[in-house]
Design a protein around this ligand. Structure first.
Ligand SMILES: O=C(O)CCC(=O)C(=O)O
Length: 260
């Protein structure tokens, strides 16, 4: 079996797979530089919903969505042939569509919990032939809130969810999955490592109380066989809009109290 096919087999079996050192040190240095530039020049222009901040006074960035819309560098990263080749082997017999680039930052000391969720509760692909590729910018260790995937949980389909109230991760699993059956695996990565998880794989992360950042890029792909459940997706967008309005109202009321 070639290593590409072995990767696809593991992904199919576990719902996630790690590829070590897909990107070189120089490539990760450039990625960091591009991220810094994006944060300096583009983030101030983004609307709520495109960027999320931690709820602490220093307001460090927690997540940015759709970097490819504003950056030629991130559009190129999304079209990276080394990644497309792996995704193509996983969803064999179909063309692959790159979807979006996200940034997830679990900042030193300030990074908060990501509730257990499945990406397809947000994305609504049917059949669920889609995945997220995580590119590690920093080392992730048990101490700095690594991504934790539940092995085999992608075979459960999309499970009932609840509104989490957490900005950036508004839908969480309604009840915890049985981790004796679907074992939790912390994805401990070095910069340049890449992890792929299926959109139905349950994943979560703890807070980051450590002095080290855990930042990563998420690249979304799907097969051309996957179709969006438009009604389900519209309901999600309406829920999200409500959450943003409630959040704005809460902030305005806190401001008004502060001034009175
Ligand atoms: O960084 C995290 O904690 C969450 C990332 C995530 O949900 C994802 O990559 O799909």
């Amino acid at each position: 079996m070639t290593s590409l096919q072995e990767t696809a087999r593991k992904f199919d079996q576990d719902g996630f797979v790690i590829l070590r050192q897909l990107f070189s040190e120089d490539e990760i240095s450039e990625l960091k530089q591009q991220l810094d530039d994006f944060i300096r020049h583009e983030v101030p222009l983004l609307e709520p919903g495109q960027v999320y901040f931690e709820d602490v006074p220093s307001r460090p960035i927690k997540a940015i969505h759709r970097l490819e819309a504003r950056s030629a560098y991130f559009r190129r990263l999304l079209a990276e042939p080394r990644i497309l080749q792996v995704v193509q082997t996983i969803f064999a017999g179909s063309d692959i569509l790159p979807e979006a680039v996200m940034y997830f930052a679990k900042q030193a000391v300030a990074g908060s919990v990501t509730p257990a969720h499945q990406d397809n509760a947000f994305q609504h692909w049917d059949p669920p032939e889609a995945l997220t590729v995580t590119v590690a910018v920093d080392e992730s260790t048990p101490a700095n809130g690594p991504l934790i995937c539940l092995k085999g949980s992608h075979k459960l389909g999309v499970l009932p969810y609840r509104q989490s109230g957490v900005l950036g991760f508004s839908r969480a699993l309604a009840s915890p999955a049985d981790t004796r059956v679907y074992r939790e695996v912390a994805l401990c990565l070095e910069p340049g490592d890449v992890a792929l998880h299926h959109i139905n794989t349950i994943h979560r992360s703890e807070a980051n109380p450590s002095p080290r950042h855990r930042r990563q890029i998420g690249l979304g792909y799907r097969s051309t066989r996957a179709r969006r459940d438009e009604q389900g997706h519209e309901r999600y967008l309406q829920d999200l809009d409500r959450l943003h309005k409630d959040n704005r109202a809460a902030l305005e009321s806190a401001d008004a109290k502060g001034q009175s």
